[in-house]
Design a protein around this ligand. Sequence first.
Ligand code: NI
Length: 217
Amino acid sequence: MIEDQIVSKTIDFVKEKLAGAEGGHDWFHIQRVYNNAKLISKEEKVDLFVVSIGALLHDIADSKFHDGDESVGPKVALEFLQGLHVQKEVIDHVIAIIENISFKGGNIIQKFRSPELDVIQDADRLDAIGAVGIARCFNYGGFKNRAIYDPDIKPNLNMSKEEYKSSTAPTINHFYEKLLLLKDRMNTQTGKKLALQRHAYMEGFLEQFYMEWEGEL
Ligand code: NI
């Protein structure tokens, strides 16, 4: 099967698989990441086929929707790609991307890196910040029935991977525990540039939020 056909079959598969998914991790999240990954790729030396397939499958079975099980996503992707007879090297690379893309909190060291993963990771991180990032963050918080903000519960910047996964803290804390850290973790020049603007937007949002909360506006 030619690469374009594999990409289009992957799009169909992901759309079907994510039907009914939480609003921040649905097909539209994948589509934004896929589009941003292609945009960032213009300035990078990468295999565009691996970037495309990796971006499309990166959240195929996100562990936070599978009781923390990180093996489901790679397994689903592996079976799907084997079914299309995709080359073994491509499959292995895509699986490594899925296994290593996500932010685990704290100071967890990422085991695998490649230019293709760098690009997809930046695209995924961009979707976690800025106006879309804010919308996704509160949508997920609502999905988990978390408080919006509680001044008595302070952000925790030194969580273990387990604590990060099981956190029930208010959604505003997630800005400090993840979203505001992302601009300094971008891999590519394009990613860094786009992140700065989105980061500034979030800082403005928080400033306004606290002023309204305190009745100063
Ligand atoms: Ni994602």
